[in-house]
Ligand binder design. Structure first.
Ligand SMILES: Cc1cc2nc3c(=O)[nH]c(=O)nc-3n(C[C@H](O)[C@H](O)[C@H](O)COP(=O)(O)O)c2cc1C
Length: 213
């Protein structure tokens, strides 16, 4: 079926999605073989839009592409980046007010991330490792003991948005739950009670690995 490219998204983040939503859903799958090639900057912007893009305002709150319990938004997004055009390697934190990434630790950290994630090799071959960090102080006053459960649900929403955007851009992606949270937190420089809850690795798919890897 021919579908119109999403011109609005193209204007906003510079990517052109040709597939229908149904095709994107069908194409989403975990792909662990990355090619190590340089990634252009536009897919990164699109991934960020999927994760944390602002959609509209409600009662002076900027609402986003993923839902959040009581619009408390208890997650921060960090991006470890290597080999993306125009971006220095390093760890960035997404500033939701300024809607931009701020470099907080320059350098290559993918091998450290890999070690903190049970040596899962694809992590070091990705271009982007997106880390979702739980910030309890934003949600606990509202939801008490249910807060971590709600934050984990929000990770799922953001994660699925990101995985579908990666599929739409024909990038490979892996949702990663197997890691040592303390070690990951130390790499990002976060302090308890903040905690890494979920990671999505994204990279260009190595040739001849369109089947499940
Ligand atoms: C919460 C969660 C954690 C996961 N953690 C890992 C992981 O640490 N490493 C990995 O290689 N895959 C991980 N996966 C990916 C699953 O293995 C994968 O989604 C599953 O095999 C189904 O395949 P599909 O994603 O291609 O549909 C995780 C998936 C989810 C939802």
């Amino acid at each position: 079926m021919m579908v119109q490219p999403d011109r609005e998204l193209e204007r906003e983040v510079g990517v052109n999605i040709k597939e229908s939503f149904r095709e994107i859903l069908r194409n989403r799958k975990t792909t662990r073989k990355f090619s190590n090639r340089t990634l252009p900057k536009e897919p990164l912007d699109a991934i960020l839009f999927a994760a944390f893009g602002k959609t509209h305002s409600y009662k002076n709150i900027s609402m986003r592409t993923a839902p959040s319990a009581g619009a408390t938004y208890p997650l921060d997004i960090y991006l470890a980046i290597e080999d993306v055009t125009g971006m220095g390697d390093g760890i960035y934190k997404y500033d939701t007010t300024a809607e931009m990434m701020k470099l907080i630790r320059p350098g290559g950290f993918f091998n450290d991330l890999k070690k903190a994630a049970l040596d899962q090799d694809f992590i070091s071959k990705a271009n982007i490792n997106l880390l979702m960090v739980y910030v309890p102080e934003r949600i606990v006053p509202e939801y008490g003991k249910d807060s971590l459960k709600y934050a984990a649900m929000e990770c799922g929403h953001i994660g699925q948005n990101v995985l579908l955007m990666a599929a739409a851009l024909e990038l490979g992606s892996v949702p990663v739950g197997a890691f040592e949270a303390d070690k990951m937190g130390a790499i990002l420089g976060i302090k308890k009670p903040e905690e890494v809850l979920y990671i999505i690795s994204i990279g260009q798919i190595a040739k001849n690995t369109r089947s499940r890897a």
